[in-house]
Design a protein. Sequence first.
Length: 229
Amino acid sequence: MPNRARVQVEDTFAPQTFLGAGKTVERYARNQTIYCQGDVANEVFFVQKGKVKVTVLSEHGKEAVVGILEAGQFFGEACIEGAETRNATSQAMEDCVITSMTKPAMLAALDAEPGFSAFFIGYLLSRNSRMEDDLIDHLFNCSEKRLARLLLRLANFGGEGSMPPNPITLSQETLAEMIGTTRSRVSFFMNKFRKQGYVDYNGKIEVHRSLLEAVLRESPQLGDDEERD
């Protein structure tokens, strides 16, 4: 299963180096808020180190996790398209190094630096593909299959290179919010995955290749306990 959210960068262009020149670089501690839903939108952010959680709060007070961002990813870029306020809240999930660029600085960089412009456009295209995949996933797959696909994506199965899978440190409650189900259902599926040898977890979730194989072959063991919800 390809991970299209991660952008492959040419060796001739290092976005971290470029973004750090003349821009604001700040460190955020775990659980520190970067910006809140409703704040004025006048900067674009780039994750240099760490993970960032993006959440949306509904009018009725229900919170949903809409994204987990890692090093090499942008967020808050809607301001360059005319958004005046933030439509979500961003929070550091661990110690982070974040570069921020004002809207004028971002527009100037896109105009003056072809390498940066290509990198940014590539990121937007890959994220758009990911959003389409997620929409299809929610429309046609049951919550168990959505959880399996999410675990594979978070573990970076199908990413570039031959790096080992990433351990996952998200709580079951966060995973439930990301796939649109309850924490109790996620707990049930995680126990099932562990019994089937798909995952191990003891503080961190270790995802095994057998889960990828089950998803690729559309194993009937995935989703045989419920109808699509």
